[in-house]
Design a protein around this ligand. Structure first.
Ligand code: NAP
Length: 260
């Protein structure tokens, strides 16, 4: 038996990296999964792999920063699957270059905070509403923050602020649900440096790819980067009933990065 059999799940950012790994694993463990993303081509490939492996999944094009998109996606979830139990909010982005705080442009700040923090707010708001209309109400929302939502790093203040915001926003929603006895748990995952297309962009900034990879490998006390599946395994635990007493928590999966 799979660990999330009979559950209905949504994964944002499901076309790539961590989101794709979460969508694949949830489907393999028995959930019906709605993939949402901007990148239709890559999402189609993830969807095809899930279906070829016997999983049940659909894809819906969505921009996480658009409230009408979330309303339409929730209507599609309800029509196709009849509700929602699990949401893993992976869609996110990072800065295109490191900047000193006096040089950070407002447009770039708003782009990062808009996708990472406001996108998570809109996602959580509409997912929670649908979970509360689903019978029975058994929900788990998993918001992907970062180790950089816990510790700072020079040059990426907007990313730090957006991911720190995701961390505390999620705790507040978890407490609101607990206080009102709404059976929806809300937790964050804080990945360390994970081998995905997003990280490849940071590695590319080194010019010499080998040097970039070595730099990122050595950031972790454990001596290497994480893989998307390392994060998906944590998401599966938080999605399943094994974590039924876990809410408002932060699951750090970082090869020891924040232990120092
Ligand atoms: P990724 O491979 O770039 O995947 C992110 C996905 O989100 C992409 O398919 C991207 O589409 C999509 N996306 C971006 N903006 C969107 C929007 N406005 N609406 C809908 N979809 C959108 O990145 P990843 O590394 O898997 O990252 C997933 C999450 O983990 C992010 O929140 C990231 O901040 C977090 N994280 C990653 C790391 C790491 O080392 N990789 C570490 C800590 C935290 P496009 O390709 O079209 O932009």
């Amino acid at each position: 038996m799979g660990r999330v059999v009979g559950k209905i799940a949504l994964v944002s950012g499901a076309a790539s990296g961590i989101g794709a790994a979460c969508a694949r694993l949830l489907a393999a463990e028995g959930a019906k999964v709605m993939l949402v993303d901007l990148n239709d081509e890559m999402a189609a490939s993830v969807l095809a792999k899930i279906r070829a492996a016997g999983g049940e999944a659909e894809y819906h094009h969505l921009d996480v920063t658009s409230e009408p998109c979330w309303e339409a996606a929730m209507a599609a979830m309800e029509a196709r699957f009849g509700g929602l139990n699990i949401a893993v909010n992976c869609a996110g982005t990072s800065v295109t270059k490191l900047t000193f705080p006096t040089e950070t442009g407002l447009d770039e700040w708003r782009r990062i905070v808009g996708i990472n923090l406001e996108g998570t707010f809109l996602a959580t708001k509409h997912q929670l509403a649908l979970m509360m209309r689903t019978s029975p109400v058994v929900g788990s929302i998993i918001n992907i923050s970062s180790v950089l939502g816990i510790v700072g790093q020079p040059g990426i203040a907007s990313y730090n602020a957006s991911k720190g915001g995701v961390r505390l926003y999620s705790k507040s929603v978890a407490l609101s649900c607990a206080q009102d006895r709404v059976n929806v748990r809300v937790n964050t995952i804080h990945p360390g440096f994970i081998r995905t297309p997003l990280l490849e962009q940071s590695i590319a900034r080194f010019g010499d790819a080998e040097e970039g990879r070595k730099f990122y490998d050595n950031l972790q006390p454990i001596g290497h980067l994480g893989e998307p599946e390392d994060i998906a395994n944590g998401a599966l635990y938080l999605a399943s009933d094994e974590s039924r007493f876990v809410t408002g928590a932060e699951l750090v999966i970082d090869g020891g990065f924040t232990a120092r």
